[in-house]
Design a binder for this molecule. Structure first.
Ligand code: NAD
Ligand code: MG
Length: 336
C-alpha cells in the first residue's frame, strides 16, 4: 500500500472508531424482539467519498481462483467494523451465495446486524474467509450456517436450498450473488470449459437455486441477483462474463413480472468496479488490477461495504413497491 493509501485507510479507521464509540441503542429498537444491534443516536459522521478508501495504484497480486480476500492488500472492507443495524430484517431467513467475501460477505454481515439468520454458500477452498463471516454473524446472536460446495453442480444447488430451509426453518430472502469472472483478451482465448464454467456459475446456478426455493418462499419474500455495469456496457476482455450479467438483469425483470402477483419481489444490484477477490483471481488484466477503479468519478474502486445497504433495502419489507428494479452503485461510471 502506498503512503497516501495508508493515510486514507488510517483516517477511515479512526473515523469509524469515533462513530462506533458514539453509538448507543435506541430504546424503541432495543425493545424490538430479537434485535441486538447498535443504533447511532447522534449525528452520523459524514466522510468525503473521494478520500475514505484507498486509491490506485494497487500492487499486482494475482491469486489462484477463487481467491481469498483475507490475502488481499488492502483487504476489502465488508463492513466488519462499520455496519450498524436497526432491526430492518428482524426474524428474516436469508440464503446468500458467495457469502464468504466481497458483496455477499457485506450483505451477510449487514443482514445479521439487521436481525436476520443467514446461510452462506461458497467454494470449499474459501473456508477461511467463510469462517470469519460465520463468526461475525454469530456475534450478533443470529444463526450463521456455512454450506460449502460447487454451484456449477445442479444436485449441489438443490441440496443447498434444502439444507438452508432445514437449518433456518424456512426461507424468505435469496441473494444469488456468487459469480465467476475470468478476463480473456480474445474470444480465441476462451476455452469451452471456461465458457461453460462462467455460464454454469452465473446463469444456471441462479436458475437451479431460485427454482428449488420458490415453492418455499412466502409472500413478502425477496430475491436479489447481483448483475453488473458489464450488463450494459461490457469490456472487450469480458466477452463471456458480460453476457451472463445481461442475462442476470434480464431474469430479474422477467421473474419480477412472473412472481409479482405471488407477492415475491425480484431485484438486482449492479456494482461498478469493486475491490474484491474476484478481480485478483483472474477477473481482470494485470494493468487494470493496478489501476483498478481509478477511472471512476471518485478516483477509486468501491468497497463491498458501500453496497451493503442496497442489499438490505431490496430485502426489507418497507421496500414493498420495488420489484424488477436494478439498483446501481458504480462511482459515477457505467449504468444504470
Ligand atoms: P468475490 O470473489 O468476493 O465473490 C464471488 C464469490 O462467488 C466467491 O467468493 C465464491 O464464493 C463464489 N463462487 C464463484 N464460483 C463458485 C462456484 N463454482 N461454487 C461456489 N461458489 C462460487 O467477488 P465479488 O466481486 O464480491 O462478486 C460478487 C458478485 O458481484 C459476482 O456476481 C460478481 O460478478 C459481481 N460483480 C462484481 C463486481 C466487482 O467489481 N467486484 C462488479 C460487478 C458485479
Ligand atoms: Mg470468496
Amino acid at each position: 500500500m502506498n503512503e497516501e493509501n495508508k493515510i486514507s485507510r488510517r483516517k477511515v479507521i479512526a473515523g469509524l472508531g469515533a462513530t462506533i464509540a458514539a453509538a448507543a441503542v435506541s430504546p424503541a429498537l432495543a425493545a424490538t424482539k430479537g434485535f441486538k444491534g447498535k443504533v447511532p443516536d447522534g449525528p452520523v459522521k459524514i466522510m468525503d467519498p473521494t478520500t475514505m478508501y484507498p486509491k490506485p495504484p494497487f500492487k499486482f497480486q494475482p491469486q489462484p481462483w477463487p481467491g481469498l480476500q483475507s490475502k488481499m492488500d488492502p483487504i476489502p472492507d465488508c463492513g466488519e467494523t462499520s455496519y450498524k443495524g436497526s432491526g430492518r430484517l428482524t426474524g428474516r431467513k436469508a440464503l446468500i451465495t458467495g457469502g464468504d467475501s466481497g458483496m455477499g460477505r457485506a450483505a451477510a454481515i449487514a443482514y445479521a446486524r439487521e436481525g436476520a439468520d443467514v446461510v452462506i454458500n461458497y467454494y470449499p477452498t474459501e473456508e477461511q474467509d467463510a469462517q470469519e463471516v460465520i463468526a461475525l454473524i454469530k456475534k450478533e446472536g443470529r444463526k450463521g450456517i456455512a454450506i460449502p460446495g460447487d454451484l456449477r453442480d445442479e444436485a449441489f444447488c438443490v441440496s443447498l436450498v434444502q439444507k438452508a430451509i432445514d437449518a433456518l426453518g424456512g426461507l424468505d430472502i435469496v441473494v444469488s450473488n456468487a459469480g465467476r469472472q475470468q478476463a480473456a483478451a480474445s474470444i480465441l482465448d476462451v476455452s469451452t470449459e471456461e465458457f461453460d464454467s462462467i455460464m454454469k456459475t452465473n446463469i444456471y446456478a441462479p436458475f437451479y437455486i431460485i427454482k428449488t426455493a420458490l415453492p418455499h418462499l412466502p409472500p413478502g419474500s425477496a430475491i436479489i441477483g447481483t448483475t453488473s455495469e458489464q450488463a450494459y456496457n461490457p469490456d472487450p476482455w469480458l466477452y463471456a462474463y458480460g453476457q451472463t450479467k445481461a442475462a442476470t438483469m434480464n431474469y430479474v425483470k422477467s421473474l419480477a413480472k412472473q412472481l409479482g402477483p405471488k407477492g415475491i419481489r425480484v431485484n438486482g444490484v449492479a456494482p461498478g468496479p469493486v475491490w474484491t477477490a474476484l478481480q485478483v483471481s483472474g477477473g481482470t488484466t494485470a494493468d487494470k488490477q493496478q489501476t483498478f477503479g481509478g477511472w471512476t468519478m471518485l478516483g477509486r474502486p468501491g468497497m463491498p461495504a458501500e453496497l451493503a445497504s442496497i442489499y438490505v433495502q431490496l430485502a426489507a419489507a418497507d421496500a414493498s413497491f420495488a420489484t424488477g428494479q436494478i439498483y446501481g452503485s458504480s462511482g459515477g461510471v457505467g449504468q444504470p
